[in-house]
Design a protein around this ligand. Sequence first.
Ligand code: ADP
Ligand code: MG
Length: 472
Amino acid sequence: MAGNHIEIWNKCLSVIQDNIEAQSFETWFKPIVPLALVDNLLTIQVPSQFVYEWLETHYIELLKKTIKRVIGPDGKLDYSIIMDSGDSTSTMKLPSSNRTDPKNQLGRPAPEKLSDGPMNPFVIPGLKKLVIDPQLNENYTFDNFIEGECNRVARQGGLAIAKNPGKTAYNPLLIYSNTGLGKTHLCHAIGLETKRLHPETTVLYVQAEQFTNQYITASKNKNLNDFVHFYQMIDVLIIDDIQFLAKKTMTQETFFHIFNYLHQNNKQLVITSDKLPADLQDMEARLLSRFKWGLTAELQMPDIPTRLAILQNKLYTNGIVLSNEVVDYLASNVRTNVRELEGILISLVAQSSLNKKTITLDLTKQIIDRFIRNSVKEVSVEYIVNVVCEYFGISIDQIASSSRKQQVVQARQVAMYLSKKHSSESLTSIGMQCGKKDHATVHHACKTISDRLETDKQFKATLADIEKRILS
Ligand code: ADP
Ligand code: MG
């Protein structure tokens, strides 16, 4: 079977493509290069240690199944990892955990062989390097940006960039999300961490609006060349809220040239947007296509445990003490975005100190109501069961029964999974409300559903539909 590794890998890709989101496929699998197939052992080349770890953590089951399906039961996988050490590139071989103990492979610290950094082509011997104010906010660090499933790709990608600016596959890093979910915070964190690790690097954070204004002034004053040259000297350029450039054709044109120049010279670009590139209207296609060259990472609303961690971190750094009851209530009931969560916390503390009131659960409820008026809806297990039953056209009695009919089992498992995700109830309590089942049954249901979500696109869409009804 030796020699036809490309064909085999293409077959694997088509299986993988059918099982994951297009976005994830583009990010994690597209950049892989098949190298060899010898004795059922397929070797693939991945662009970095980070990608390798990500694949092993998130896609190992899918990879295992795919390899066995395409190559046969003896199919095995090896990685060849491109190790970038500043001025040279080497590769490191690592077996997949489908043939060794995963514990030996995961969590391996990325080799830190940072060189003295690249030579800036603009630093002419005898002349000083460009010194500019990076416009970074010292309060927005990685340390106080709490990691969760909702932001892991972006946060880890950002950390990898700060370690090795311009030398990872994440160039540009495009972070997108709705408002208030941490794009700006991450931008500053990347800039600060880059400066901490590589003080000699020229970092600049700029909002797209500010960039546009500078462009307008420069073109009025006829010194566009200076404007462009200034930006071409930056090593790590962070542009926040790129959607602001929509419809501004001339600014986009200039940004396009700066982008190309920096990218070609292995300088790092970090861009944020409140929309996916595909949804950014009135942006030039050639610019949009460049945004997809690197890593596109979405920030989502954190889940309840992450919201709790964010609140606790805020309380700790501001020396505020709140009862667990109040903190839990805040974390479970503010579901819009992190900015609002913080806003409510600040307003709560302010109210209590102004009116000399203790922060009780009642006061918390009042403030939340005032803040988000009617948009706060308690999602109870009962409500979720109702929505699920209605969706699948079965009765609540059937969910509560011990029926093993496939349709009923599926609805029951979906109700359990969604209750775990969207209510703050324990597994035991969820089990009680879904036909007096025990917590192990609920646990099993959650696992079954999340496994299926990984491989069944249609089911994923169905679930998203039900979730929308629950949360609307
Ligand atoms: P965006 O730019 O996406 O609108 P911001 O970066 O301004 O959002 O974030 C809004 C607020 O939420 C900021 O005060 C930020 O510090 C905070 N925030 C967002 N995500 C997190 C997180 N994961 N951990 C800690 N704070 C966060
Ligand atoms: Mg912002």
